[in-house]
Ligand binder design. Structure first.
Ligand code: NAP
Length: 561
């Protein structure tokens, strides 16, 4: 029997005899895992260098997290003009966004446009999961195995697997007994789903739920939202792109990008459509009036601009509570039923210690007749039955259950790959207790392996696009410096890794992030060690540290060329 398995590239002659597949055993300079924005830019840089590269992607197309998160209402919460590649002025001039915050379909169009514009498809294999990456300490290269049977080698391996890509569904009792439809926001089906005439349950109230609930509520006969912890959400104030604004940004895009990079905390600077420096005052040192003006201005501007508000909001509980109470009062104004308003107003953790949400009519949705909120804070979901969800002994019968229950963030997607470094040590072993990576880019014991948007960098609190570009350019320079010769190898020293982990701890120890059970802390996944997964030193400090990492001919690394 002649057996052929699906692979679109003719060069991949994957024909086997008698059921035994002949595997793709090519050798590359670089293998990249993941066709999100970081992975694709990495591939472009490697192609520009004239090196051989293969990118593997689990999805059937490019776009990374945006490929999978197609739930109703999915859109980015950073302004489109800022959440886009900045490295190529022609690209940023040529592309035009249709809305202030790009929707998931538009982000997919952008990702596909990028893949075509920079000729990435030929060196890309979709529908292919990388299952293992094992370092050969004699040959000094990575041996990479995929779900399609490929076994390829590469001098360098870059894991661009994304920090919000491994969706998580809690292990609810009776999950398999439920006979209705189930959906996971982070693996939403491609076909149009309409909940017309249905009774629907949404479990979870994080960003994905906050975006999808207002849309599902308009379709469903009845929507019941099961909330364990309420979110703080700010109106996004999305709308069609103001063409005058776009023209203004484009006329000075390089300067806008420079300010995003060097004069912002989180990589975004737009406030009421003007580039604006962060507020470096303390929230408790100013008058009530000055504080209120800042908070109201940002409320009217919309979105995540509170990350650029007073400097001590994430380090001082008293300062933090001034903003938390401001937002709680906004929630009380919006939600008509006072009991529901109190349930929706978070009181158990500091604002921004979980990621802020940006919404369109989220709180207003609870004023609808066909929407009810069930708090499961003190009475968790007991089980799912054939017909629905049981809480406090009451069975809520529903036609569909939507799990908006989040991600095994930052480390989840990496841990799905069996990564083994020198002496066969697994990354899981090396990361026992907490992930460790010098500059969030490389781990001791794992030469020639890079992480993009991985742990120990500042992915959680900065615009991911800017971080990705910065990291990709660092990795590109590193590969160029060390080269792809047989003896080329680079790995951070244990001392450098220890010092970086200590620095991460020192910078983050006073942060209020520790006071919430969020994905920032790995605290949303039962059994995952509680540890701060991101560097909180800000973009500029991270940039400087990365430059130090390159200094003295990569002095903090052991290397051969
Ligand atoms: P999330 O913020 O982690 O929210 C998950 C929700 O599920 C939480 O409300 C959580 O409650 C609940 N949950 C988890 N396990 C549960 C259980 N056993 N029983 C009851 N409830 C449970 O996840 P997400 O909404 O997918 O968002 C994750 C991140 O993705 C965001 O923070 C953001 O960074 C990013 N995101 C961005 C956008 C955007 O750009 N617009 C959109 C969506 C997501 P607890 O809080 O009590 O754990």
């Amino acid at each position: 029997m002649l057996l052929r398995y699906v692979n679109s590239d003719k060069n991949d002659s994957t024909i086997g005899v008698r059921g035994k597949l002949k595997k793709n055993q090519e050798t590359f300079d670089v293998v990249i895992v993941g066709a999100g924005f970081a992975g694709m830019y990495m591939q472009h840089k490697i192609q520009q260098r004239g090196l051989s590269v293969r990118l593997y992607e689990a999805g059937s197309g490019v776009g990374g997290t945006w490929y999978w998160n197609r739930y109703p209402g999915a859109r980015v919460d950073v302004e489109s003009v800022e959440y886009s590649y900045s490295f190529d002025d022609d690209l940023q001039q040529d592309w035009s966004w249709s809305e202030r915050y790009a929707s998931q379909p538009e982000l997919m169009r952008y990702a596909n446009y990028f893949a075509d514009r920079f000729s990435l498809r030929e060196n890309m294999r979709c529908d292919t999961k990388v299952t293992a990456a094992v370092y050969d300490a004699e040959k000094l290269n990575w041996h990479i195995t995929t779900s399609q049977g490929d076994e390829v080698s590469a001098k360098y391996c870059v894991l661009a697997t994304g920090f919000l890509s491994s969706g998580s569904v809690p292990d609810f009792k009776g999950l398999n007994d439920y006979n209705g439809n189930t959906y996971l926001t982070s693996k939403w089906p491609k076909e149009d789903i309409n909940f017309k005439d249905q009774k629907v349950a949404v479990i979870g109230t994080g960003s994905s739920a906050v975006q999808s609930i207002p849309i599902i509520a308009k379709q469903a006969d009845h929507l019941t939202v099961f909330q364990r912890t309420p979110s703080f959400s700010i109106p996004a104030r999305n709308g069609p792109m103001d063409r005058e604004y776009e023209k203004r940004v484009k006329s000075d895009y390089p300067e806008w990008r420079r300010r995003q990079r060097y004069e912002s905390r989180a990589g975004f600077i737009a406030l009421n459509f003007q580039p604006t420096a962060p507020n470096n005052k303390s929230a408790i040192d100013v008058s009530d009036e000055e504080r209120l003006i800042d908070y109201e201005t940002r409320w009217e501007s919309g979105g995540l601009c509170y990350y650029n508000s007073f400097v001590d909001l994430l380090t001082n509980e008293k300062a933090n509570d001034t903003l938390a109470e401001f937002v709680r009062n906004k929630i009380r104004e919006k939600v008509k039923d006072p009991e529901t308003a109190e349930l929706l107003a978070p009181k158990d953790y500091p604002i921004m210690a979980k990621r802020l949400c940006a919404d369109t009519n989220y709180y207003e949705t609870y004023n609808r007749e066909n929407v009810s909120l069930v708090s499961i804070k003190d009475s968790p979901i007991e089980k799912l039955t054939k017909k629905g969800v049981v809480v406090g002994g009451h069975e809520y019968e529903v036609d569909s259950v939507i799990f908006a229950t989040g991600f095994d963030a930052v480390t989840g997607a990496i841990k799905n790959i069996d990564v083994r470094g020198v002496a066969g040590e697994s990354l899981d072993e090396h990361w026992e207790g907490a992930p460790r990576a010098y500059l969030g880019l490389m781990s001791n014991g794992f030469p020639n392996l890079f992480f993009l948007d991985g742990p120990c960098a500042n992915g959680a609190l900065v615009s991911p696009m800017l971080l990705s570009e910065h990291q990709v350019e660092w990795v590109d320079r590193c590969i160029n410096e060390i080269g792809v010769g047989l003896g080329a190898e680079i790995v951070p020293t244990l001392e450098a890794e220890d010092a970086w982990m200590q620095h991460m701890h020192d910078v983050g120890k006073d942060s209020l992030l520790h006071l919430a059970n969020s994905w920032y802390m790995g605290a949303n996944i039962p059994g995952k060690p509680r540890a701060l997964l991101s560097y909180l030193g800000g973009l500029e400090s991270y940039r400087q540290q990365c430059s130090s990492g390159e200094a003295n001919d990569y002095g903090n690394f052991v290397k051969t060329r």
